[in-house]
Write a protein that binds this ligand. Structure first.
Ligand SMILES: Cc1ncc(C[n+]2csc(CCOP(=O)(O)OP(=O)(O)O)c2C)c(N)n1
Ligand SMILES: [Mg+2]
Length: 898
């Protein structure tokens, strides 16, 4: 033992210690705990100045943060609220048990809501405001697996029928009446505000929703208010990096509009969260370190008298020494067990409960099941200024499911059935007036709309502005300027060369010139603004900084200096793609959450997009997000030099999996303009729930004039860029397709084919193979279902290529599968050959990379000749000549495998 721990562990002068403690007690009595805190800080400062090493202690004792004498009292009728909660608990359990008695293994969860029922009820009864004329409304992130409890409340309120409860998890069969397994705005667009259930994404999104609300307030787009974002999450869920990954942002920005409630039932799916430690202490340390106000709600009121008698601190010590695995045992095995294994740890604590029966010990409740403690915690949270709050509420997983039949058992998470006896015990525990002979069917119970319980609930909700959850589907429309406003990027560039990234940024700037629309544009970057040539926006519209710029930027003498501003419009989210994506989602759902439509553009390295934040992109679809994702430096070969981890050749496939995402890979600046205008119009004017993914490149080249009449086909995904004209002497003809930067190689290939082989090419620009696929399958499906219809529908691809001679050859900077998506819609007998960049990217020049991946002009020309030879229009000797003439190595290994 070294000297310091010796001193810390042993009291060298107990009398002196006592004097100091008495002095402190005197201060607390006379001037309160804040004054005591101040003095202690002074003492700590003094010791540090003298060289004392006082490490930061992130945790406090394992007791409630709010002592009983400082608890705010609930104005509610506690008995009434208990009865209501019993009804909700019962119906939530019944809907899951009944669903699982039907054939089909529908699943569902009882134990999660059983642990959090009181946490929700106190919020619904006293804190959460619905949007109304008087208030913008709070935003609640529910734990996904607790949805039955939320439905059960709505059932009592008369918002959801008994029939619907029986259609839980039967959304297809329910034909619009079914209830989603978890919160999904896509499936219940008037009800759920935000999607949760993919663990970690809820808390991450909640932080950025709160961040974005402050942004809207600071920019004067919404009035400042006391609205809050409440986020419920599981203790197991906090293991997801996304759950805690952004808490420092909330602390740094002092987001006092954000409240996390972590349901610490000590269990996750398989077993204990921290069997050998204490999750509440661990989380307290993390959140306090990140600048949060931490409220631990560990013990219920029944513990108060015991703690009051604990003058020696023995009980507190046992509380601290006991690990979560043991706490779980206490709730799984009951009062006698707890007496022996918990209180029995010291003679003093055992003596403390000598006058309590085993049942009394069993009733010693946890903080998260005590409405008084919860009310006090919520009250403190909503009144906290300058920092976000996390409430760490200790609960029991499967609370009420009964000893030995779910409560605190390891497999309880997945329990969807309850035996008859367990149902009876549940009924008795929560005093439901359900007769024995009805128990077998586990009937729903509604006390009637005039019952005091329902009247009380309705009155509470009315006082809080209306029902929750409720979601706003539409906001106001914003007019988007017509395409001719974008003339700067639809006109030919002449000699000027620039990239599609530049075209996009210019397009965004043109939107920023529209007075009505400009304030709604939200450029978002994850520390890559300079990469995409957006640094001009720093000065022009400023970078959002909630507390303004407190220093003179190092480049302040320059035109495009780093200007931060409380009213800044650019969201600079630092190096956090999940964070920037969540900020984008907050902006993209602001039409619903805040009744203010916004048009966010999140611009990033496309490689760090869908594959990095794919789950958020999926959630964004569910959320009905509206905005643009812009994948910069996209394609496997356009980002020369950067190599394997940077070269994206597949994000388009991922984007294509999201039903309401429209993805484009434009080549020309006018294509960018058309997509930008159309997308903005559909999202802002029409208020369609779609979002756009547009890939752009940093390769500079000249852009042609927009051909007349192609706008609609750009949107469809394919148009004739150049007709090959009449072939000389009836020579062969090919159809060449391309997108993005590789379209330029396609054009060059057409020239080679003409010059070297007398082959004539029609050139098709295909800004979206993904949209073409959707259109094709849609037409095909319709035709199959309408066999007698006189006018079969024609896929756009078919319509374009029908009657055009020769095989089709496509090349893109993406994997083959991307362009291959349209194979099914080729006119009958049309040969279709696809080139793509399958394989790992690597660093080199663009030219070398395109040669390597076999998508450059030579490989395209060669593929065209080979296709013509396969059709007998040319000879194998022609193919051999192309190989030789273009210097292709026949023994080159397949790029996929090297
Ligand atoms: C990303 C992700 N991984 C896994 C799951 C599956 N899953 C659902 S609930 C759950 C356990 C949740 O435990 P906890 O967060 O403690 O919540 P509790 O139900 O205990 O309140 C798991 C692993 C999921 N929904 N999302
Ligand atoms: Mg848990």
């Amino acid at each position: 033992m070294n000297q310091l721990t010796d001193i810390l562990d042993q009291d060298l002068d107990p009398r002196e210690t006592r004097e100091w403690i008495q002095a402190l007690q005197g201060v607390i009595q006379a001037d309160g705990t804040e004054r005591a805190h101040f003095l202690l800080e002074q003492l700590v400062g003094e010791t540090r100045r003298a060289g004392g090493h006082l490490p930061f202690a992130p945790t406090t004792p394992y007791i409630n943060t709010i002592p009983p004498e400082r608890e705010a009292r609930s104005p509610g009728d506690a008995n009434m609220e208990w009865r209501i909660r019993c009804l909700i608990r019962w119906n939530a359990m019944a809907m899951v048990v009944r669903a699982n008695r039907k054939p089909g293994e529908l699943g569902g969860h009882i134990a999660s809501f059983a642990s959090s029922a009181t946490l929700y009820d106190v919020g619904f009864n006293h804190f959460w405001r619905a949007p109304s004329d008087h208030h913008p409304g709070d935003l609640i992130f529910h734990q996904g697996h607790s949805s039955p409890g939320v439905y059960a409340r709505s059932f009592l309120e008369g918002r959801i029928s008994e029939e619907q409860l029986d259609l839980f998890r039967m959304e297809v069969f329910g034909r619009g009446k079914g209830l989603s397994s978890y919160p999904h705005p896509w499936l219940m667009p008037d009800y759920w505000q935000v999607p949760t259930v993919s663990m970690g994404l809820g808390p991450l999104q909640a932080i950025y929703q709160a961040h974005f609300m402050k942004y809207l307030e600071n920019r004067g787009l919404i009035a400042p208010s006391d609205r809050k974002v409440w986020c419920f999450l599981g203790d197991g869920e906090t293991d997801e990096p996304e759950s805690l990954g952004a808490i420092s942002l909330a602390g740094r920005e002092g987001l006092d509009n954000l409240i996390f409630v972590i349901n610490c039932n000590l269990q996750r799916l398989d077993g204990p969260v921290r069997g050998n430690g204490k999750i509440i202490q661990e989380l307290e340390g993390s959140f306090r370190g990140a600048g949060w106000n931490v409220i631990k709600t560990i013990w219920g009121s029944y513990w108060d008298p015991l703690l009051a008698r604990d003058t020696q601190g023995k009980l507190r010590q046992v509380m601290m020494d006991t690990v979560d695995g043991e706490y779980q045992n206490c709730k799984a095995f009951g009062g006698a067990y707890t007496r022996e294994h918990f209180f029995g740890k010291t003679p003093e604590t055992l003596a403390m409960v000598s006058n309590l029966s085993d049942d009394d010990i069993w009733r010693l409740n946890r903080g998260g099941h005590d409405p008084h403690k919860i009310y006090a915690a919520y009250h403190a949270a909503v009144n906290t200024k300058g920092m976000p709050t996390v409430i760490l509420a200790k609960t029991v997983k499967g609370y009420g499911m009964g000893l030995g039949s779910g409560e605190a058992q390891n497999p309880t998470h997945q329990q969807k059935k309850m035996e008859h006896d367990a149902v009876r015990t549940f009924r008795d525990r929560f005093q439901l007036p359900i007769p024995d002979d009805k128990l077998a069917e586990v009937p729903y119970y509604h006390p009637g709309k005039d019952s005091p319980e329902v009247q009380y609930m309705l009155e509470r909700r009315q006082a809080l502005g209306g029902f929750l959850p409720q979601r706003r589907r539409k906001s106001s429309s914003i007019a988007v300027p017509a395409l001719d406003t974008f003339q700067q990027i639809t006109a030919a560039s002449g000699e000027r060369e620039f990239s599609t990234t530049m075209a996009f940024v210019r397009g965004m700037n043109l939107l920023l010139r529209d007075k009505a629309l400009a304030p709604h544009v939200v450029p978002i970057v994850a520390d890559e603004a300079r990469t995409f040539g957006m640094e001009g926006m720093f000065r022009q519209i400023g970078i959002y900084a909630p507390f303004g710029q407190k220093y003179k930027p190092v480049d302040s003498d320059q035109l495009m200096y780093y200007r931060e501003d409380q009213k800044g419009q650019v969201l600079q989210e630092g190096i956090s793609e999940p964070g920037a994506m969540s900020a984008w989602m907050a902006a993209a759902s602001s039409y619903s959450v805040s009744n203010v439509p916004m048009l966010p553009f999140y611009i990033y390295y496309s490689m760090f997009g869908f594959q990095r934040i794919g789950d958020l992109a999926w959630a964004a679809g569910d959320l009905r997000a509206r905005g643009f994702l812009v994948g910069g430096t996209s394609g496997r070969t356009t980002l020369n030099g950067e190599g394997l981890q940077h070269e994206d050749g597949h994000s388009h496939l991922m984007a294509g999996t999201i039903p309401n995402c429209r993805a484009y890979d434009p080549t020309w600046s006018y294509e960018v303009a058309v997509i930008l205008q159309e997308g903005s119009r559909r999202m802002l004017e029409e208020q369609e729930d779609v979002y756009y993914y547009v890939t752009v490149m940093n390769e500079n080249y000249a852009h042609p004039e927009m051909p007349a009449g192609v706008a609609a086909d750009i949107i469809k995904g394919m148009y004739l860029f150049r007709d090959g004209g009449k072939p000389k002497k009836g020579g062969p003809r090919v159809q060449l397709l391309g997108s993005g930067t590789i379209l330029r190689e396609v054009i060059a290939a057409a020239e080679l084919l003409e010059k070297d082989f007398g082959v004539c090419s029609d050139i098709w620009s295909c800004p979206s193979f993904t949209e073409l696929r959707k259109d094709g399958f849609d037409a095909e499906r319709w035709n199959r279902l309408h066999p007698l219809d006189k006018k079969p529908r024609k896929p756009h691809v078919t319509a374009c290529l029908e009657g055009r001679a020769g095989p089709a050859i496509a090349a893109t900077d993406y994997v083959r599968e991307y362009a291959d998506q349209i194979r099914a819609f080729m006119p009958t007998d049309k040969r279709y050959v696809v080139l793509g960049t399958d394989g790992f990217g690597r660093s080199d020049t663009r030219a070398h990379l395109r040669e390597f991946f076999e998508v450059d002009r030579h490989w395209i020309a060669h593929a065209a000749i080979a296709a013509l030879a396969a059709e007998g229009q040319m000879k194998p000797e022609d193919v051999a000549r192309a190989i030789k003439q273009y210097g292709l190595d026949p023994d080159k290994p397949n790029p996929l495998t090297v």
